[in-house]
Structures are given as structure tokens and as C-alpha cells.
Design a protein around this ligand. Structure first.
Ligand SMILES: Cc1cc2nc3c(=O)[nH]c(=O)nc-3n(C[C@H](O)[C@H](O)[C@H](O)COP(=O)(O)OP(=O)(O)OC[C@H]3O[C@@H](n4cnc5c(N)ncnc54)[C@H](O)[C@@H]3O)c2cc1C
Length: 428
């Protein structure tokens, strides 16, 4: 089977015309070059251009072909860690700033969509973290306590409530975070590109940045097509798709494949029974699955997939099994879309910001939460580029730390996924 049939996400493109790409010339000058045209790169570019900077974006593929156009569109505030952990780990002042940033990351997305009238389907009715064990339920209660203390609009769900809201089988309860919601991610990244273009950002597609050097205080970014752009500042927004451009960056990340499936539009009865109020769900399994409905009424479900490039529909079979375990009434429904993309994990499960040399800035490692996080971070990057004040950044700037024995680590992750999947199976 042709692998390209597996690269088509379920998301529709916006009705408005996309940004017109501006071809790279052989020699260009800009205040800022952004490498990578996903949420991180485009949000940085948009906010920097609105501050008056001349901005050039260089994207190796087409806008939307990276994780930003392929993801599940769940817009979830917060990080893997809850506020009290952040305060303990980063200290009161930095921890508090980080908690305050992380609780607003979903706002960054929904506020932009509303304020700019973007052609992006969205629904802000919350995200459910669904618990299938007593341990997970206790963790949900603790998470609820910590966020409620900070005034978050969130609540615990018992088994009857979660069953009613999701229509899924097998949960003991869960946590509903009403700050969260869902969007059409492909439409959002394309609309972000259009907005950036309107703000004066020049976006080149199909141009891979291959070289980076500093000369007389300016960065020179070279591309495979022979172009050179000189700028005071460069933002590397390549995240899970990072290559050898910045020494050590790719090896500081564990890229994982995240797979997704979308059913045919659900029958009317199932539309009313499954996620009838449009919430997004992630479950509490070690190898979690996450799901939501698409704007056209399909169930879209995702989870980890094999590390090698998938080639056959069977490579998504584990997701189809998960779908039927949760929703047996969907037995026999067609799976009309299968696709995958790359997410970046870090060893400490936190996003990292690096500036290995002055004017060379980057962030990576969203642990699958990059929709809100990277959109919000782009604005902070623009603030930092303008002010030079590291306190505008939510995370401390850290050195790039390649993971020792990186290649082996990836094999280890694959083995760990198999092991965790087995443990999850035993807890069913
Ligand atoms: C299947 C899937 C489901 C997900 N679901 C969710 C979800 O529901 N909620 C959530 O919050 N997050 C989710 N994520 C994670 C989220 O999509 C990412 O964290 C986010 O999109 C990262 O944005 P980014 O701009 O940093 O990177 P990307 O969108 O990946 O953009 C990086 C870009 O850099 C380009 N690039 C790389 N190297 C070069 C180079 N040398 N020169 C030029 N360009 C280059 C790539 O082509 C790519 O377009 C999911 C991810 C996947 C893959």
C-alpha cells in the first residue's frame, strides 16, 4: 500500500486563501529568521512582526506538514507536572511564573482565534483526564485540588458522570478541566501563517535550512536551495523534526511517532451518546490514548505508534482495538483516515529552551502538549527578542544536553512501550 495514503489527516483546510509563499532570494537580510513553520515558528514570527521586526520564515516542507497540522487538536493548559511540583522544582519565584504561564496556554489559542476571527473550528468545553484505576483516580483528585486552589474552572467526575459525558466504557471517574478545548489544528496553523503574512512575515516553503554560522555579529542561515539570509536573531522552531542543523539538539530529544485514526461520521444515535458536548479525552494508561470528535462528527483517536515508518493499515490496529474497547457499539464502523506525526519528548518530561549562542534561540520537547504551549511560547519569544530579559521566558534557558547513547535510548523506548502496553492490558 502506498504510504502517502497514510499522511492525510482528517482536518479540513480553511476556506480563506492560504498565505502566499515568498520565494527565498540568494541573499536576504532580516531582523529575525525563524526556521520551522509550525505553531512555535509562526507564533514567534507573527508577534515579532507586530513589534516591527522584519521576519523571514524558512519551512522545509509545506505549512501544516509538521506536527502542527497533524495533531489531535486538543488544547490543554498546564504541563505534565502540577503547580506544587513546579514550585518545588524551580523555586517559588520561577515556579510560580511557570505555573502562571502554563495555566494560560489554552487562552493563547482560543483568544487568538476569537480576536482575529480565524476560520478555525473550535469548541471550548473542556478536557477530561479519564481514570481507569483507583491510583489514577487519586492522582486526578490531587491534580484537581492543586488547580482548584489556583482558581481553575475544573471538577472531578464520578463513574456515572464520566460515562455520561464520554459514552466510553471502563472508567472509574476522571477530571474535567474546563479551561481546555479542541480546535481544527490544520486550519489553525494555516490561519496563523496567513495572519503572519498579513503582518509582513515572508514565508518560504520547501526550503530546508542546512547551515548556520555567525559572522561579524550576524547569523547567516544557508538553505539547501543556495539561499542565504542574514539576521541578528535566529529562532530554531523545528522541535520533533529537528535535524543536524544545531549540534546536539536532535540528540537531546526522544522523537516518538504519534498515530491517529478517524472513523466515518458517527451515526446519529452515537453522536448523542459519544462526547455529546464536544470534550476531549486522554486516558490514564501508561501508553495513553486520546480522543475527541471532529467538526464533521467522526471519532478521532490517537496514541503511540511504532517507531519505524508505518506502511500498512495494520500498523494502526492497536488504536482500532482501543476504540472498540472503549466504544463496543462502534464495532464495524469504517476507519476512513489513518495518519501519524512526530512528537518530541525530553528526558525530564519538560519543554526546554536553549540559547547556545547569543541570538540563537530554540524550544523543543512539548510532550504532546504543544498546541497551547508553543502558541503561547511564540509570544514570549517575541518579547524576549525585543527586551533581552530572560524573565520574559517561562522556562529557564538551559544548555543543550544530548542524551547519552541516544540511538540505544530509542530502542529502549520502543521496548518500554511494548512493556507498558502489556501492563495496561493486564489492568483492563
Ligand atoms: C499525531 C500527533 C498528535 C498530537 N496531538 C496533540 C494534541 O492533541 N494536543 C497538543 O497540545 N499537542 C499535540 N501534539 C503535539 C503538537 O502537535 C506539537 O507539540 C506542536 O505542533 C509542535 O509545534 P512546533 O511548531 O514546535 O513544531 P512542528 O509543528 O513540528 O514544526 C516544526 C517544523 O520544522 C520544520 N523543519 C524541521 N527541520 C527544518 C529545517 N532544517 N529547515 C526548515 N524547516 C525545518 C518541519 O518541516 C516542521 O514543519 C500532537 C502531535 C502529533 C504528531
Amino acid at each position: 500500500m502506498n504510504p502517502s495514503v497514510f499522511s492525510r489527516p482528517v482536518w479540513r483546510r480553511p476556506n480563506r486563501a492560504s498565505v502566499a509563499a515568498v520565494e527565498l532570494e540568494r541573499n536576504e537580510e532580516a531582523d529575525l529568521v525563524v526556521i520551522g513553520g509550525g505553531f512555535q515558528g509562526l507564533s514567534t514570527a507573527l508577534h515579532a512582526a507586530r513589534k516591527g521586526l522584519s521576519v523571514r520564515v524558512i519551512e522545509a516542507g509545506r505549512i501544516g506538514e509538521g506536527a502542527s497540522g497533524l495533531n489531535g487538536g486538543q488544547v490543554i493548559p498546564g504541563l505534565k507536572y502540577d503547580p506544587e511540583w513546579l514550585l518545588r522544582h524551580f523555586g517559588d519565584e520561577r515556579g510560580e511564573r511557570l505555573a502562571a504561564f502554563s495555566e494560560k496556554t489554552a487562552d493563547a489559542v482560543f483568544d487568538l482565534i476569537e480576536a482575529e476571527g480565524l476560520d478555525v473550528e473550535h469548541c471550548r468545553n473542556g478536557w477530561i483526564q479519564a481514570a481507569h484505576t483507583e491510583t489514577a483516580l487519586a492522582a486526578a483528585a490531587e491534580r484537581n485540588r492543586q488547580w482548584k486552589t489556583r482558581g481553575a474552572d475544573a471538577t472531578l467526575l464520578n463513574d456515572a458522570e464520566i460515562s455520561f459525558m464520554t459514552g466510553a466504557r471502563g472508567y472509574l471517574g476522571g477530571w474535567l478541566d474546563r479551561r481546555a478545548g479542541v480546535i481544527n489544528p490544520l486550519a489553525f496553523v494555516l490561519e496563523l501563517a496567513r495572519l503572519a503574512g498579513e503582518a509582513g512575515v515572508r514565508i518560504a516553503e520547501g526550503e530546508r535550512a542546512t547551515g548556520l554560522r555567525q559572522e561579524s555579529g550576524r547569523w547567516h542561515v544557508e538553505t539547501a536551495g543556495g539561499g542565504v539570509v542574514r539576521a541578528k536573531t535566529v529562532v530554531i522552531a523545528t522541535n520533533a523534526y529537528s535535524d543536524a542543523l544545531v549540534p546536539g539538539l536532535a540528540r537531546s530529544l526522544v522523537p516518538l511517532n504519534s498515530f491517529q485514526i478517524a472513523t466515518a461520521p458517527l451515526p446519529i444515535l452515537q453522536q448523542d451518546l459519544i462526547l455529546s458536548h464536544g470534550q476531549a479525552v486522554s486516558d490514564s494508561r501508561r501508553i495513553l490514548v486520546y480522543y475527541r470528535k471532529s467538526p464533521d462528527g467522526r471519532l478521532v483517536l490517537g496514541g503511540r505508534g511504532r517507531m519505524a515508518t508505518p506502511r500498512h493499515a495494520e500498523d494502526w490496529a492497536h488504536l482500532e482495538h482501543a476504540l472498540l474497547r472503549l466504544f463496543p457499539a462502534l464495532t464495524g464502523i469504517d476507519i476512513e483516515h489513518r495518519w501519524f506525526g512526530r512528537v518530541a519528548m525530553t528526558a525530564d518530561h519538560l519543554p526546554h529552551i536553549h540559547e547556545p549562542q547569543k541570538g540563537l534561540l530554540m524550544a523543543a520537547g512539548c510532550q504532546g502538549r504543544g498546541v497551547g504551549l508553543m502558541t503561547a511560547l511564540g509570544k514570549r519569544f517575541a518579547d524576549y527578542i525585543e527586551s533581552g530579559d530572560p524573565l520574559t521566558l517561562p522556562f529557564p534557558i538551559s544548555p543543550i544536553r544530548p542524551i547519552p547513547l541516544h540511538a540505544l535510548r530509542q530502542v529502549g523506548v520502543a521496548a518500554m512501550i511494548t512493556w507498558y502496553r502489556m501492563l495496561d492490558g493486564l489492568e483492563r
